[in-house]
Design a protein around this ligand. Sequence first.
Ligand code: SAH
Ligand code: SF4
Length: 335
Amino acid sequence: MDLSKLSEILQAEPKFRFKQVYQAVYVDMIDDWQQASVLPLSLRERLNAECPLKIEAELEKDINDKRSEKALIYFEDKVAVETVLIRQRNHRYTVCVSSQAGCPLGCKFCATGEAGFTRNLTAAEIVEQFFFWARRLRQNQAIEKIDNLVFMGMGEPFLNYDEFIKAAKIIHDPEKFNFGSRRMSVSTAGITEGIKKLSSEKLQINLAISLHAPVDSLREQLMPIGKKYPIAKVLKAVDEYIAKTGRRVMFEYIMMRNTNDDDDDAITLAALMRKPLYLVNLIPYNTTGRFQASSPARIDAFQEKLESLGVAVTQRRSQGQKISGACGQLAGKKK
Ligand code: SAH
Ligand code: SF4
């Protein structure tokens, strides 16, 4: 798929063509210009040649897992990324998109980090992942549509800030997907420059921070980028973000057995997290080999401890393990 020449081609056309084309691409979700029967045949042919709509993708499904699907999307240079569709209980759909092919940050608990970094994605490549699921839902169940979009797939969005925000703006654009920014969330390993930039955007995208440890020594072991962005620095950036936006911030905390999950960890964590508009989200560890997951009972106990100390806490119900499409399991490789 490549729409980069679209505006140029439409320049030579009457104004109303824009509307017809946008309707066909973003509302009717065509994947071949021939389907846009309102357009003249010659234009359809030219668009098919110069602005192909086809998405090169491989869908991965597991018959035992009706709640999530994963797709590998191939770009022009054969680089591929993974994107995931998750269906919640209440028939709401969340799409998770990648912002980079691989990730340079090498977190020890994350399959993407272990696999290394290939390149940044362009905004168009990020949007293409959203397109893929929007079309799929539109074809299968015309009434169902995407409710939430999370920039939590492969890669660190704030190391590719300009393309990430450009993609969010395209998806938000009333003339395109018209998707509300409050239904979007971005997660960062704590790149403070990005937190600052996001606070100045008009788009009100929800912010999540990958914390995963209550002290720097442990955090640096798990997330090497913690050396450059220690906890205090990240929290300072978050506090400035909150002061400016008045918006809630979620802190993600993967529960790893005998690593970061005992009561002392909860007590240390509570001292950092007991603030208005801070919300801790406990995440079950999806196995990637290196660590062990905390038991559900331990996660409950950890939550209770935090709550007793005045911290707002939720638990994430994890999905997609069967397709290796759960958080941290995206490697961008064919099985
Ligand atoms: N790079 C960004 C966004 C992508 S990761 C970031 O790290 O925040 C999205 C979320 O999945 C992060 O909170 C990340 O820490 C989490 N994650 C990574 N590996 C995981 C694993 N093995 N199990 C559960 N969550 C994981
Ligand atoms: Fe990159 Fe996020 Fe994975 Fe860390 S957790 S390696 S920052 S994708």
